[in-house]
Write a protein that binds this ligand. Sequence first.
Ligand code: AR6
Length: 178
Amino acid sequence: MTTLRLNGITLECVQGDIADQADMEAIVNAANAQLLPGGGVAGAIHRAAGPGLEKECRPLAPIQPGEAVITGGQNLPNKHVIHCLGPVYGKDAPADLLLANCYRHALGAAEKHGVRSVAFPAVSTGIFGYPAEKAAQIAVKTVLEELTGLSSVKHIRFVLFSNRDLDLYERIFEQTNI
Ligand code: AR6
């Protein structure tokens, strides 16, 4: 785990399962447009949350690439799930802007609901095919850009599934000259 502290906000990267972040008030889902369970992150979150999450999502769907919507956590230990639709790499364009919008809008939704802690997976880097390194650069850069505008969010965590992805984030954190 690597931790940065900036403007009174803790930023960290860890290896783990996004559905197993009991100390975070909100977790972010790498959703599909219909906000249905699916595989990867979405599958893990919906499995842990139970069928109530799909029910809560239904009236909010469909969402567009870059958009974020917020629900309760149902059976998860988290109070909220923030569902983001990342871009499908090579299809939704401009991919970098749409991916940045996911992080921006997710933090915006968290702020609006007075959320203090948010855990992000590496949105779009699984089934949606976004190259891991490019996506990690955008994720960290966007979150850093948003920090000054945050008032309720005090703790942001990137949860990476693989050791390789964790290495990537740790390297980017080290290169952050703050
Ligand atoms: N916890 C943390 N990270 C995970 C987990 C987990 N439990 N499972 C996978 N990852 P993906 P996407 C990593 O495919 O690319 C779904 O079916 C994974 O290794 O979940 O945005 C939806 O329904 C990868 O690095 O999200 C959509 O249709 C990253 O999380 C579509 O996939 C994102 O992988 C969304 O695709």
